[in-house]
Design a protein around this ligand. Structure first.
Ligand code: GLV
Length: 360
C-alpha cells in the first residue's frame, strides 16, 4: 500500500455513506502519519534548490539530488532515477524513454521547474500513466519584465552604448550617435498571446505604441481588449510590426516558425525579440537576416544550442543582444517555482489534486 492508495481509499470511503466512521478514521490516520509508518517515497532532484522547497519535500520524501556544478550528467541521472517515486527536473534535462525506462514502474510524477515542457517526452510520460507538473503563472511577471528589458537593450542599443562609454569611443555628445528605435507610435507584434505575451503587452502599452497586434492560435478577445490589441495573421504581423516579440511555446507547429521566409516578410527596420525557446527560430536564417540587414536587430534570451558556443556568429553581431536564458531569473520567482514544484510532487504522491498539473 502506498500513500496514493490510502488517499484513494479515503475518497471511496467518503463517497460510501454506509461505511462505519471508524474505518474511515483508520485510513485518515494512515494518511496523516504515512511518512512515519511507512517507508518515505523517494524523489530525485536534478539540481540544487532552495531550502524552502527541500523542507516541503523532506517532510514526506527521501531526497536524493545532484549537487554538482551545472546540469546533472546524463549517466548520473540514469543511475539515480532508478526506483524513484518522483522526479524534480529542470528544462536542461531531457526526460525521455531512456530516463523513464531506468526509473521503472515506481515513478509517479515528473515535475519540471519551468513553464516550458519541450524537454519532456510528453507522449512517453503519458503512455506510462505518470503525472506531469510544471510551474506556470508565477514566472509570468518576471519573464515579461525581462522581455521588455531585452527589447529596450536591443532597440536602444544599450550594450553598444555601454561598450562605447567604457572603451573611449565617447568623445562628445553627438546628435545622431547611437540612436535607436523608439516604441512610441510603433506597431508591436506579439507571437503567442498567452499569459506572458499578455503581460508583455501590458508593460509595453505604457511606452505609447500606436498599435499592438498579436498572432495566436485562438482569439483572446477579453485579454486583448485590456491592451487594445488586435488579432492578425502571422504574415500581417510580420509585415506591420516594428517590434516582433516571440512568446509562444515550442511545439511541432512553432518549430522554425521564424525561417528565412518569415524574416524576409519583416520590415527592414524591425527589431526581433525571443524569450520563448530557441527552436522557434531557424537560427541560421536569423544570422543571415541580421548580417544582410534584412532586419535591424535581435534580442535573444533563448537560442540553439544553449549555451551558445562562443564561436557562434551571433556573438559577433553588434545588432544582436544575447542573454543566457534568464527570463524568469528573479530570486523570489525561482524560489517560488521550486516550492511549487515540490508541492506538485507531494500532491501527486498523496494522490491529491496537483497545484499545477501539466495536462495535454
Ligand atoms: C523558462 O524558460 C521556463 O520554461 O520556465
Amino acid at each position: 500500500m502506498n500513500l496514493n492508495s490510502i488517499s484513494c481509499a479515503i475518497r471511496i470511503l467518503n463517497l460510501n455513506h454506509k461505511i462505519i466512521p471508524s474505518t474511515l478514521n483508520i485510513f485518515r490516520f494512515c494518511r496523516n502519519n504515512f511518512t512515519s509508518i511507512m517507508n518515505k517515497p523517494s524523489v530525485y532532484i536534478t539540481r540544487q534548490v532552495n531550502e524552502e522547497a527541500l523542507d516541503i519535500l523532506r517532510e514526506h520524501c527521501e531526497i536524493t539530488s545532484w549537487t554538482g556544478e551545472g546540469p546533472v550528467p546524463r549517466d548520473e541521472l540514469l543511475r539515480k532515477i532508478e526506483d524513484k517515486n518522483a522526479l524534480f527536473c529542470m528544462l536542461t534535462d531531457q526526460i525521455n524513454s531512456e530516463v523513464l525506462n531506468k526509473a521503472g514502474k515506481k515513478l509517479q510524477i515528473v515535475a519540471t521547474m519551468s513553464v516550458g515542457y519541450d524537454h519532456l517526452d510528453v507522449d512517453e510520460i503519458k503512455k506510462r500513466k505518470i503525472k506531469m507538473a510544471y510551474t506556470p503563472d508565477i514566472l509570468t511577471d518576471a519573464t515579461a519584465e525581462l522581455t521588455v528589458a531585452l527589447l529596450l537593450a536591443t532597440s536602444r542599443r544599450i550594450l553598444e552604448a555601454n561598450e562605447a562609454a567604457k572603451n573611449g569611443e565617447w568623445k562628445a555628445w553627438s546628435p545622431f550617435w547611437l540612436c535607436g528605435t523608439g516604441l512610441q507610435n510603433s506597431t508591436v507584434g506579439i507571437v503567442g498571446f498567452g499569459r506572458i505575451g499578455q503581460e508583455i503587452a501590458k508593460r509595453l502599452k505604457s511606452f505609447k505604441p500606436k498599435n499592438i497586434v498579436y498572432y495566436n492560435r485562438s482569439e483572446k478577445a477579453d485579454e486583448a481588449k485590456l491592451v487594445d490589441a488586435k488579432r492578425v495573421t502571422f504574415d500581417k504581423l510580420l509585415a506591420k510590426s516594428d517590434f516582433v516579440i516571440v512568446s509562444c511555446s515550442l511545439t511541432q507547429d512553432t518549430q522554425h516558425l521564424f525561417n528565412e521566409n518569415a524574416f524576409n516578410k519583416m520590415k527592414r527596420t524591425a527589431i526581433f525579440v525571443n524569450t520563448s525557446r530557441g527552436g522557434v527560430v531557424d537560427q541560421d536564417a536569423l544570422i543571415k537576416a541580421l548580417e544582410n540587414k534584412i532586419i535591424l536587430g535581435a534580442g535573444l534570451d533563448v537560442m540553439t544550442p544553449e549555451p551558445l558556443p562562443l564561436h557562434n556568429p551571433l556573438f559577433k553581431l553588434k545588432n544582436c543582444v544575447i542573454l543566457p536564458h534568464i527570463g524568469s531569473a528573479c530570486i523570489q520567482t525561482r524560489k517560488e517555482m521550486a516550492i511549487l514544484c515540490a508541492k506538485n510532487i507531494i500532491a501527486a504522491l498523496r494522490g491529491e489534486e496537483l497545484p499545477s498539473e501539466l495536462i495535454i
